[in-house]
Every structure is written in structure tokens, then in C-alpha cells.
Design a protein around this ligand. Sequence first.
Ligand code: GLC
Ligand code: GLC
Length: 633
Amino acid sequence: MDEHVDQQARQHVLAALAAQPKQAIDDDSTAFLRRFDEHFPELCRLFHSLYGPQNDWLDQLTHLVLEAAGSWQERPTDLKAVDAATEANGGWFLSNSMLGGVCYVDRYAGNLDGVHAKIPYFKELGLTYLHLMPLFLAPEPHSDGGYAVSSYREVNPALGSMEQLRALAADLRANGISLVVDFIFNHTSDEHDWARKAAAGDPEYSDYYWIFPDRTMPDAFEQHVREIFPDDHPGSFVPTPDGRWVWATFHSFQWDLNYSNPAVFRAMAREMLFLANQGIDILRMDAVAFIWKQLGTTSENLPEAHTLLQAFNAVCRLAAPSLLFKSEAIVHPDEVARYIDPGECQLSYNPLQMALIWDALATRDASLLAQALQRRHTIPDGTTWVNYVRSHDDIGWTFADEDATELSVNGFDHRKFLNSFYVNRFPGSFARGVPFQDNPRTGDCRISGTTASLCGLEHDEVPAVERILLAHSIIFSTGGVPLLYLGDEVGQLNDNQYMFEDGHSADSRWVHRPRFPADSYAQRHDASTSAGTIYAGLRRMIRVRAASPELAGTRLIDFATGNRSVLGYQRPGANSTILVLANFSDTPQTVESLTLSGFAPDVVNILDDVALRLDRGITLAPRGYVWLRVRPQ
Ligand code: GLC
Ligand code: GLC
């Protein structure tokens, strides 16, 4: 965009700001204007690139900035203090004491008061980040676990109120825990006010969605788009009550928003800032890959999806400067990486690492995981991974076929193997998962299961506990925020009764979303139980990680162990390095002294404080791992 347009836009917006009624607190408006000076050029460039061809783009942009200014005025003083504090310590989320936990409010704690009552436990565990699964008003019983939002400003009354959410955010913060909630901005539920108006034929709100009068455009789009929930409906469009067709990437009751309409961007920016002002620290940006559509393309990961995220980010910099974004892109690793940037999403799930941990456990071969760490772990300064073993969603095998080919692995066949292994259709498999969205037409399938059940805890106790700890030892040490699915730290098993719950029978992901496992939690300090062993093992890693500055940030240097079953990598610090070695096989494995000869021979395994000598080689127990503090020779 040329400088002239930028200057004109700036003048136009400034004049509109000046025409606003005199703002109450002058200091605060000065702060807004300072940030306006800094960030408006970027916002203007992004907005113009999305909406420039539309006649009213400048009007829309002006309103957007006025709305941001209004939101800043309403931002509570304590949150403005958080903004000021983060300005001074922008990299807080890169610290090695960060530890995430995720749970459903109702299933884990009943309601928001119940979550509040768990704060002492969160502190015992060491949490600094709590992701509460979607808790907004949603259609019942079909809400995709809350991912169909009917109002971003109302908490589901079964869970509590917005006031309680605000109070919880403040109490969590006072206890050193940041609150993360979803920003489900690709779609709303069909019960959202906008969707109801659209369904009733209101043209303004029909333009909020991708609605077409007949099948012509849907058929054209569907030539190129992927089916995400084929069990629910084929293709991407579903009929509206009046016989039109609306885009629904996920379930038929989740209608995709039309971001080619600037009014939609503005409306969602208002909802985003509203959430920010409730005290949310990090928004989990749901389904980022799908937010921009274009005929003739897959309508996934388009360049405009990035522009949109950057534009939302620029809005935050104006009106909720401490707010961060976490990207949820479960797609090809090249595409995952493109969302990660200080100006776009500062945090991102690491679905590749997650999937390849399971790959290494199944194959007892760490090659694909080692390759991923070597070539796909590096992300820009000021950003971080969110590393996890599993989430509330299914596990899909999103490694790059081209990476696998280099290791003589055929991607299609290997996915088939992993699916059959984890749903226990492969002879000798330890896993007790179940299939998700088995699509015989495309051969596509993903899997569901809790960490413990995927590791086989129900029938193979000792090795399963070791697998659970091994998997977590990776997410705790590769670099990034480790995120626990709460309940996994005490080995919760699959909920095989999930299909008897209203609205859940057709979605096997509910198998791994069990209710709070009270009995297992009661055993967590009892070392004779599997829950106690897992809990103690994880707590040790959490403690050691928080005390090891080398494990901050995401910098990682690969380390070739010369043994396909043993994964190795180095986490360099200022004066020393942590060398991680992890054995994915069921037999003892040795890393030879020659391989380790670049380091001084006397080292300590920081996980148990035991001194070891590298000049004798390191032999790891089956499924064993060490975190060695090493120095160069
Ligand atoms: C995300 C959520 C998933 C949900 C989908 C649609 O991928 O993680 O649970 O089904 O978005 O909102
Ligand atoms: C949701 C689904 C997952 C799908 C993803 C695409 O997370 O659960 O299976 O691959 O959306 O982003």
C-alpha cells in the first residue's frame, strides 16, 4: 500500500478519534495514542490488503479503531497493570517454569467454582497456565464439546457466569497461573444470534456466513476442499432451514464465518477484545487453517488466513496489549510453522512432535522424531511451542510424507500401520485406542484414546507407566510450554461408556475426555500405585525443568546417537548444556563412548542427581531416559 494512502487513513482515523467525547482518564488515552502511533501503520496495511478493494474499507477501519479505543477505555485497571508488566517482560511465556494444564470445566470440576477449588492442586502440580475448554453458551446436547458458540459474551449457565469467569481469572493470576480460553472464530453455532438472523433471511447477517441459494457454488468449492467430519456430513456445505446452503467445515451446526466481509472481522474483533477484558491471557485460536476461503483452492492455510491473524494481533496491540495467541493448526508441518510469529501467533501447538512421540513408541524407532527435531523445531525468537502428548482431540498423523520418504517410510502405509497399531488391530500392540472418523472412501482415519490407554495401562502396567513417563520426558525437555491433559498425570484410562452420554455417541473423542478421576488422584502420593508412580515421575521432571535454565526457550541442537531406538538432543544454556537421551525400545540400549566423546566425561543425570561417566558409554534401561548436564571436552 502506498504511503499516501497510509497517511490519509491515519489522518482520517485520528480525526474520528478526536471527535469522540473527551475520554475519562487522560493518561490512558495517551497510552492508547502512543500504541496507535506504533501499530496503526501495520494494522492499516493488513486491513487494506484484505479489504482495500471494497469501497468502504477506510470507514470500516475507522470504526474498528474506534471500537478498539472504546474497549481500551473499558479495560479494567488491573488488566492495564498486567499490560504494563508484560511490556517490561514480554518473554514471560518462554520461561522454563511454564507448565500448562487443560481440562473441561464440567467434566473436571463441575463448574467454575469447582475449578476455583482446584487452585491449591494446580499449585501443588506446578501449573502456570490453565486452558479451560470452551465454556460459552452453546447448543445442547450437540455443541462439539463447546466448539459451537452461541454467544461469546455468555458463559454456559451450567458452568457459571461471566462474572465468575472474571473472578477466576483474577484468582488464577494471583496464584501465578495464566488463563487460556478458546477463540472459536472460524465458525459460530447455528444458534448464535447472527446465524438465526441469517437463517431468517436477513441479508446483512446472511453475509456473515457463506450462504448460497443453490448447489452451484457449494459444488464448485467442494471440488477442492477436504472433509473434516465425514461421519457428520459429506462435503463442506449443509442445507439451511429455508433450503439454501451454508458452509460448515466441522459439524452441520457449526457455520463458518465469512471473513471476506469486513463487518465480520470487526464483529469478531469486538468479541475478542471483550474476552481480553475478562482477564484472559492467551487465546487459543481455534481452527486457524480454515478461516479464509477461495474458490478453486483447498481453502486451508491461504495467505489471507495469516493476514487475518496478523490483523487481529494488531488490534490486540492497540487495545489489549498483553494478550497472546496460540495457534491450533493441525496440518502439514510446513503450514504449522507459518502461523508462528511474534506478530501472528506467539504460541503454537506442536502436533508433529506429538504424533511422532506415538510413532516412536509404536515402532521403537526414534528416527522420524529425531528428524523432526533436527529440521522442524526451530521457530522465531519471541515465540514458543506448546508441546503435548495428547489433547482433547483425536491424533492424526500429520508428518510430512516427503520427510518420511527420506527415511524410506511410505507415508500412506505408515499411517495405516499407526492407525491399526493404536486401535489394537495390530498383533502384539500394547495400545487400547479406538478409531476416529474412519473414512473408507479416502482411507483416512485418526485415533482416540487417553495417554494411559494408548500406552496400554489397563493390561501392561509396568511398561505402560514407563511409556507414559518417556512420552512426557520428551515434551518436558525439547523446549516450549509442556501441556498436560489434566488427569493424565495420574494415568486416567479411556471412558468406554462415552457413547451413553447425550450427544456423544457418534464422536469417539469422548473416549479420552473422562470425568475427574477421583480415585486415581487420591492415590497420587502412593508410590505403590501406577497413579502414584506416574505422578511422582512427572513432578520430578516438572521440578527439575523449572530449576534448569538450559531448558528455557526452544533452542535445540540435534544429537545423533548412532542408535535408531535412542533419541538424542541438546538444549544449550549459557555455561552448560542438557543432553537428553531417550530409549524407545523394550530392551536396554547403549550409546557408545565414542559418540559421547565430544563432552567432558563426568556428567550428572539431573533427574536423579546421579553422577555418570560418558567414557564408558551410556546404557539406558528399556524405555529409560536421562537428562545429562554436559560440558564440552
Ligand atoms: C478444533 C477443536 C476441535 C473442534 C474443531 C471445530 O479443531 O480442537 O475439538 O471440533 O476445532 O471447532
Ligand atoms: C480438528 C479435528 C482434527 C482435524 C483438525 C483440523 O482438530 O479434530 O481431526 O484434523 O480439526 O484442524
